[in-house]
Design a protein. Structure first.
Length: 260
């Protein structure tokens, strides 16, 4: 069993597009419902949970009947604008079923540099927590080209974790964790269960091959570095089964654990 350094009171969970979509790119309603169940259950257990969710572009593609991931920036932004409405409604319906309201917050990485914006975001998140509302955060793809091109929501999840002084950041992706090589191309690749020195694993990072996401292992390692610099522990694991969230929090040896 893993022993986290702090009792887990504040947890940020990031899900990538591939974790909440079908292979054809359409939103996987069952996976989102299972995710919302896990979020609500953590809340019922006394934890404050913030969800950082990708998927707006994928949801917009489905509604607009766009077969492949757009390459044109304006088309990506349009798909995100349409998809964000659909995605938020799906989350809200599921969370209400389990007794919680949700709030949508769209941010850009500008909150890293703008002190007033950062304080406003922190105050909003704190007030929502007082109201027992589960915040669902996404990057504002419709107005920000930087995030679309350079990192999906991985970095944003680390920024949010730092903003609220989280105890743990969980990043769910399409593989079990960080490997010594790409396991989809090298059958001898071995999973790395614990990382104590991020510099030693930075060279292992690979970009994504996903048709629905933009953030590969490279951005996740960078996010882990941002989080651990502030004493926030990180677990990267597979989002194939959302029950994995309860097992990670319990301390089961799952995924790759970045220790502070």
């Amino acid at each position: 069993m893993r022993k986290f350094k702090n009792n887990l009171k504040k947890v940020v969970i990031k899900v990538g597009s591939s974790s909440i979509t079908h292979d054809n790119g359409k939103i996987n309603l069952q996976k989102i419902d299972e995710l919302c169940y896990e979020l609500a259950n953590l809340e019922n257990n006394g934890m404050d949970v913030v969800l950082v969710s990708s998927g707006a572009i994928a949801a917009g593609r489905a509604k607009l009947k766009i077969d492949n991931r757009p390459t044109d920036t304006s088309e990506k932004q349009a798909a995100a604008a349409v998809g964000q409405v659909a995605l938020t409604n799906i989350y809200d319906r599921s969370l209400i079923t389990y007794g919680y309201n949700s709030a949508q917050i769209l941010l850009t990485r500008q909150i890293e540099k703008d002190k007033e914006m950062s304080n406003n975001a922190r105050n909003t998140l704190e007030k929502l927590r007082e109201m027992d509302v589960i915040p669902i955060i996404n990057e504002n793809d419709s107005i920000s080209t930087y995030e679309i091109k350079f990192g999906d929501n991985d970095t944003l999840s680390a920024v949010i974790a730092r903003l609220i002084d989280a105890d743990l950041l969980i990043m769910l992706t399409d593989i079990e964790g960080l490997y010594t090589d790409d396991p989809r191309k090298n059958k001898d690749a071995q999973i790395i269960r614990e990382v104590t020195d991020i510099k030693s694993v930075e060279s292992l990072a690979k970009d994504t091959d996903s048709n629905v996401g933009t953030g590969g292992m490279q951005t996740k390692i960078k996010a882990a570095k941002l989080a651990t610099e502030k004493g926030i522990e990180v677990v990267i694991a597979s989002g194939e089964n959302m029950k994995i969230i309860r097992d990670i929090v319990k301390g089961d040896i799952i995924g790759t654990y970045f220790k502070c």
